[in-house]
Design a protein around this ligand. Sequence first.
Ligand code: ZN
Length: 210
Amino acid sequence: MGPPGAGKGSQSAKIVEHYVMPSISTGQMFRDAYSNNEPIGIEAMKFIKNGNLVSDDITNKIVALRLSKQDAEDGFLLDGYPRTVAQAIALDKMLDEMGTKLDAVINILSSNDVLFERMEQRRVCRTCGTTYHLRFKAPSVEGVCDKCGGELYQREDDSHESVMNRLMIYETKTKPLLDYYDKKGILFNVNGMQSFDKVYEDVELVLGEF
Ligand SMILES: [Zn+2]
């Protein structure tokens, strides 16, 4: 967890590479579904492009489908979900039915200034979803993905207005989730205002416990 731009996507990419488990990113699933012209993607993009949260119903549905796939049986990482208390409750129910539970919720802390800077400089690969930062994690060749040669673009929801809206929504709808998980005793805070590698070291200190 963490506000938009805190580095959830980059950190989760590294976590799943190290621990070999699927990363379940609702944002990425919606963007993929949209690229493939699937109805659920088109519906979701109406919310996303304005910086709004996709409705709980649609989001829970895409997660339930993903969790039912075989590769999620031995563990998984959720990135960008749940984002509301209603989604967290729905997730607990799904996990109950699967006979499993969340081990840890990692919260990446960051300030609004840092977040704005990050999101405006962020570029994403259209093909493989790898994220870059024009200053801190720039691609070797401008506009081209180092990993797959795909085209880099700025996400529609990374525009200034959209970012402001996302931060406001984070404060009102997502922040209450921190309490929800803190009460369960599974919330771990990590300082996100450090280099990517240092943040990851701190994440590993938490995950190493499990
Ligand atoms: Zn790529």
